[in-house]
Design a protein around this ligand. Structure first.
Ligand SMILES: [Zn+2]
Length: 348
């Protein structure tokens, strides 16, 4: 399995000051991948900056200009939860562009899967507003770009960041060409992501929110994937899978309140590439979102990349029927989500 790794030291240039979205999140992960011998096992993907036109596939021109001005004036605190520096605009273009570079490599069949070790993150960014350390919505921009450039009309986005990706949901809420699946902590920032929000118009049924209780662990997440994501994805038959791969549900995350482990993220990655293996030759791009303990992020990134390089499309098998031993409160949430979505996905 050929796996690409997107990384550039220029990702360190964006400086958030006292905010937890710091450069060592990606630099430390990169050094851990190097120490583990992973750089010899992946295809190095040199990111290009996204163009303003590409950012405009999701964001309003006025907002893009505002972020450029903010950066040109040396940055500072943009909102209560977003801060930046003189390098923020360029780094954000390179962050989104890194994901687009990975997509082009996947579509050109140079690689099957990729991990984009990029920052700033993107999944909270709205078309006209930065939020939660995010400026440009990397994953949403990539989905729009994939639709426009390659004509894809069934893209699955899996968002396993501890927080709900309100920005991605907002962009695709009324569309069926993108299926947005988010598993997140109930009540966490930005307090969106209710299971009752299923999409609207032709997007009805294509927005799936699974709000889990605090302290959810590897087995809980795997159970959610087995019981909801896998059957829905197999019915949807995606042409591309994008993963908003935040690592802040890790038990050692200073902001998060979940109990995932690094190897647990490896298991989730395995479940996702199995979906892609069955439907789209494995085409999957993992994009770093949150995660604020550099060591925990690195451990999680290593586990995911390890899963990707070891994975063999020839060994793809049907989804496991053995349910992970999820906690009772999690099984209850899953039953509730299934009930809400049964009218769109009758097998749930
Ligand atoms: Zn997060």
């Amino acid at each position: 399995m050929k796996t690409g790794l997107v990384y550039d030291p220029a990702y360190l240039n964006h400086d958030t000051g006292r905010f937890p979205e710091k450069a060592d999140r990606v630099s430390y992960s990169y050094s851990v991948l190097a120490d583990a011998g992973m750089l010899e096992r992946v295809v190095d993907i040199k990111p290009r900056p996204a163009t303003v036109e590409e950012i405009g596939l999701v964001h309003q021109q006025e907002y893009i200009d505002r972020i450029r001005d903010f950066s040109d004036h040396g940055g500072g605190v943009l909102a209560y939860d977003s801060a930046g520096s003189g390098a923020t605009f360029d780094t954000a273009l390179l962050s989104a562009g890194g994901v687009l570079t990975a997509l082009d490599a996947v579509m050109d069949k140079k690689i099957e899967t990729a991990f984009a070790l990029v920052r700033p993150p993107g999944h909270h960014a709205l078309p006209g507003k930065s939020m939660g350390f995010c400026f440009f919505n990397n994953v949403a921009i990539c989905a729009r770009y994939a639709a426009k450039k390659y004509g894809l009309d069934r893209i699955l986005i899996v968002d396993w960041d501890e927080h709900h990706g309100n920005g991605i949901e907002d962009v695709f809420y009324a569309e069926d060409s993108v299926l947005y699946f988010s598993v997140h902590r109930y009540g966490s920032f930005p307090d969106t992501g209710s299971a009752r929000l299923v999409g609207e118009g032709r997007g009805e049924g294509y927005n799936i929110n699974v709000p889990l209780p605090r302290k959810s662990n590897d087995d809980d997440y795997e159970y959610v994937f087995q019981r909801i994501l896998l059957p829905v994805a197999d019915a949807y038959k995606p042409e591309l899978v994008l993963v908003a791969a935040g690592m802040d549900a890790h038990v050692r995350d200073p902001i998060g309140q979940m109990k995932m482990s690094g190897s647990g993220y490896g298991r989730l990655a395995a479940a996702v590439v199995e979906i892609a293996g069955r439907h789209c030759d494995g085409s999957t791009i993992f994009v770093l979102e949150g995660g604020y303990n550099a060591r925990a992020v690195a451990e999680s990134v290593l586990a995911v990349v390890n899963t990707l390089v070891d994975w063999d499309i020839k060994k793809v098998c049907p989804a496991s029927q053995d349910p992970a031993p999820a906690r009772r409160a999690v099984r209850k949430v899953v039953d509730g989500v299934k009930q809400v979505h049964r009218r769109f996905w009758p097998f749930l």
